[in-house]
Design a protein around this ligand. Structure first.
Ligand SMILES: [Ca+2]
Ligand SMILES: [Ca+2]
Length: 128
């Protein structure tokens, strides 16, 4: 007489699956890389470094009679920082404000002459 014995299937419950996250929020902080003016010479560029909230701008072309200016806007449109480089000497200029954390921001970088903006570009969003 043959007798089959069914194997008992034991479900393995993962205790680890019951561990829940503690809900701590990861701080959002994201730089904005170099963003260039839209003139064919790429005469100006700007970047935002979230560590220190530094906004940098560079006038990269001499003899074009334009400086380079950058404005850091909060996503709402509020101006957070402005900076201008009118000397195309290979050195960039920065400004530095201590901004409230985790705000979405973007850069507008422009060629500038006599306070008027030209050839502006807008960056993607970063976070303070
Ligand atoms: Ca220039
Ligand atoms: Ca310069």
């Amino acid at each position: 007489m043959r007798r089959s014995v069914g194997a008992a299937v034991v479900a393995a419950f993962s205790v680890g699956g019951l561990l829940l996250g503690n809900g701590s929020a990861q701080a959002i902080s994201q730089d904005i890389g170099w963003t260039y003016t839209v003139d064919h010479n790429l005469g100006g560029r700007a970047e935002f470094v979230s560590t220190g909230d530094d906004l940098w701008v560079c006038d990269d072309v001499s003899g074009d009679s334009y400086g380079a200016g950058a404005i850091l806007y909060e996503a709402s449109g509020e101006v957070m920082e402005t900076v201008y480089d009118g000397v195309p000497d290979g050195d960039c200029v920065s400004t530095n404000q201590n901004l409230e954390e985790q705000h979405a921001v973007y850069i507008q970088v422009c060629l500038m002459r006599s306070g008027v903006k030209y050839e502006c570009a807008r960056s993607h969003n970063g976070y303070t």
